[in-house]
Design a protein around this ligand. Sequence first.
Ligand SMILES: Nc1ncnc2c1ncn2[C@@H]1O[C@H](COP(=O)(O)OP(=O)(O)OP(=O)(O)O)[C@@H](O)[C@H]1O
Length: 448
Amino acid sequence: MKKIKSNILIIDDQDDILFSAKMLLKKYFETIFTVNNPKNMIKILSENAIDVVLLDMNYRIGFEDGREGIYLLKEIKTLSPHTSVILMTAFGKVETAVEGLKAGAFDYILKPWDNEKLLSVVKSAVKEGRKEKKHLENFTKDTTLFKGNSAVIKKVYSLADKVAKTDANVLILGENGTGKSILARYIHDKSSRKQQLFVAVDLGSLNENLFESELFGYAKGAFTDAKADTPGRFETAQGGTIFLDEIGNVPIHLQSKLLQVIQTKAFTRLGESKERPLDVRIVTATNTDLKQEVVSKKFREDLYYRINTMEITVPPLREQIEDIVPLAQFLLNKMALKYDRNEIIFEKDALELIKKYSWNGNIREMENKIERAVILCENNCIKVSDLDLDTVSGDSFLEESPLEELEKNTIEKVLIKNNFNISRSAEELKLSRASLYRRMEKYGIGNN
Ligand SMILES: Nc1ncnc2c1ncn2[C@@H]1O[C@H](COP(=O)(O)OP(=O)(O)OP(=O)(O)O)[C@@H](O)[C@H]1O
């Protein structure tokens, strides 16, 4: 049987436990390290990429409350944040193990263990760790784009990847600051037009009188200030992509001009009669409900159907809660780089607040708050007060809405049904184990 490529470290003061765990695991996993004194774990963890640590919770005779285990767990997580830790505890000491789960342990196992159970927990820890590592690689490779790992955002990028390969017009919908223009750029970068220009036009701030000249260009003498033949934005984007942001703000009398260009794939410079062929990919975006605008006759239906060959909705941050903390870390890295503050980190309470805050202004709001905090922060640790978040506005995630109540009840039911088996419950709820633990913590499930 081919062994799974992974490094496992077992820490226990009883040599017979180390021996039997090693005998069992070495049949399935490539490298097994053992230490009977936790002090020796530091060297192994710093010299090897350890995937999983199996950690006993009690060492000193007479101390059996598991405190040492919790302390060591935190130390391991600091030294090697992506190592999964499985706690080993005696029957009857489960409360401390549950506390360990909240402090970041992957799972716990009761001693004496059932071999099948131990193997299955270690295998899932290795698998989960790999996923996280891959996610981290994607995350650190690029400092301009954060993709996220929640199901909703993964769907967005998978759709964007598919549509990028085609020449279809794309309409991107979403609230302010959700990253619509970032997604438009992403589609361009993934398309066969990536070597050509990506031209972004903010139609919302474009003066009505300049609309035509700016978009389609003009000939010398077309109007008083037209001193020379000048190409417009569409022409500049030839061969590439034009991104028309805030398309919902275009007044109805100008919408027909856009429609004509999109329909005929040709444009005419102001003051000229010659029609020029147009070869651009059109990506548009808006935060208004265009369908509703069509119903209320503020937006032309024919234009709507021309621009939305493919429609992608970027979710607000409140619908991708599991991405909030990684995004905050991503933006902190970005700002740390920008302001040369490499050592800067979030204080635990600040990160908790970030997690619970409502972020109605989405990624833009978070970026602004973190940038401000990096500038203002006096030492290298961002505190709650540095973030300047309005926590009294009452719309933070802290409050339990009926929807949350529903979620809490469902989680409780599934956990009870599965005898508090986390893996099975997570599978049934279609959540990762980590997200299930996070929700349990949020709702105080399993605390008593
Ligand atoms: N996926 C992302 N990765 C990194 N930064 C992002 C991402 N999405 C958005 N941002 C940052 O958030 C800010 C807002 O993004 P963007 O302008 O794309 O949002 P938008 O939805 O187009 O906003 P608006 O509706 O106000 O035009 C930008 O500064 C951008 O750098």
